[in-house]
Design a protein around this ligand. Structure first.
Ligand code: C5P
Length: 300
């Protein structure tokens, strides 16, 4: 019997995040172009006396270790559906910023789900794993599949997208987190009385991704949540300006923020932008990486 399973799961950046008006259920319809990037959490599952969660990494103190943790919820839901005892120790080695707009919590949910499915030998069909992911949160299905995808509905209905090359990114972690519901509420407040158009994916952006053309991607990236994130966290404008001044082709807030994302023309320029952001003193930490990255993967 397998005694321990580790799954590696990537973070994401939204190269387009088109947000519609609030729906009756409080969610927003999205046209959400996800791109998985090479920052990873690892979730390790080991049989134990009872379900417990531990976490290590720079942001570990901010991670809830109770049953609200998406990793715990994923294990419980798979166990419920298959009549398995969810007595496991879930350990999260966390490298994705917490409350950062990079789907770190979603990554842990998808990782725990795949890890438990492997440990328990439940062999759930892919469709069922995706269904559990969608139940856990809007971004969780993408954490499982990785690569690039267009998410519609509240972001959970995925269509895989072609990516024709490597894109180079710099991410600047902010001094504090932002709550996703709070950012959506601010979006609603700022758009009160405004007729918010239906969210539609940009064909030019999808073409840029398919060609692997960083200049074209830089011209087409957009994030409708950015004004709301900047309204709640005005200092992010300084980080965006510092990255642009250092030669980033595009600078944007990642998802609901507050992590900021900078697209660079090549690996060398990305390192230059990274050094400039560190020197600017406008962020807590800087990471240089590439995309696309694979989805949740069993290691070893
Ligand atoms: O789906 P998830 O739990 O990750 O969403 C977190 C919060 O983000 C939701 O409670 C909601 O406030 C907001 N949200 C939204 N519309 C979406 C996705 C998320 O309003 N499509």
């Amino acid at each position: 019997m397998t005694e321990t399973v580790t799954v590696r799961v990537p973070a994401k950046v939204n190269v387009q995040l088109a947000v519609g008006g609030a729906r009756p259920d409080g969610f927003h319809d999205l046209a959400n172009v996800f791109l998985a990037v090479g920052l990873y959490d690892e979730v390790t599952v080991t049989p134990a006396d009872e379900l417990r969660v531990t976490c290590a990494g720079p942001d570990a103190a901010q991670v809830p270790l109770d049953r609200t943790n998406l990793a715990a919820r994923a294990a419980l839901e798979l166990a419920r559906r298959y009549g398995v005892d969810p007595a496991v120790h879930l350990h999260i080695a966390k490298d994705i910023p917490v409350a950062g707009g990079m789907a770190g919590g979603s990554a842990d949910g998808a990782g725990a789900l795949l890890a438990c499915d492997t440990l328990w030998g439940t062999n759930a069909p892919r469709e069922e794993l995706l269904d559990i992911c969608a139940e856990l949160g809007s971004d969780v299905p993408f954490s499982l599949v990785g690569g690039a995808a267009l998410g519609t509905g509240r972001g959970e209905l995925l269509r895989p997208l072609e990516v024709g090359g490597t894109f180079h990114w710099v991410f600047a972690m902010a001094e504090r987190g932002l709550s996703t519901p709070a950012v959506f509420r601010e979006f609603d407040r700022m758009n009160e009385g405004v007729r918010v158009p239906e969210p539609v994916a940009s064909q030019d952006l999808l073409d840029a991704l398919a060609k692997g053309d960083a200049d074209a991607l830089a011209r087409t990236v957009s994030n409708d949540l950015q004004p709301a994130a900047l309204s709640l966290f005005p200092a992010l404008a300084d980080t965006l300006a510092a990255g642009r001044a250092a030669g980033a082709l595009a600078a944007l807030v990642s998802g609901s923020g507050p992590t900021t994302a900078f697209l660079a023309p090549d690996a060398e320029s990305a390192r230059t932008v990274g050094r400039a952001l560190t020197a600017s003193g406008t962020c807590r930490a800087v990471r240089v990486t590439e995309s696309p990255a694979p989805g949740a993967t069993v290691l070893g």
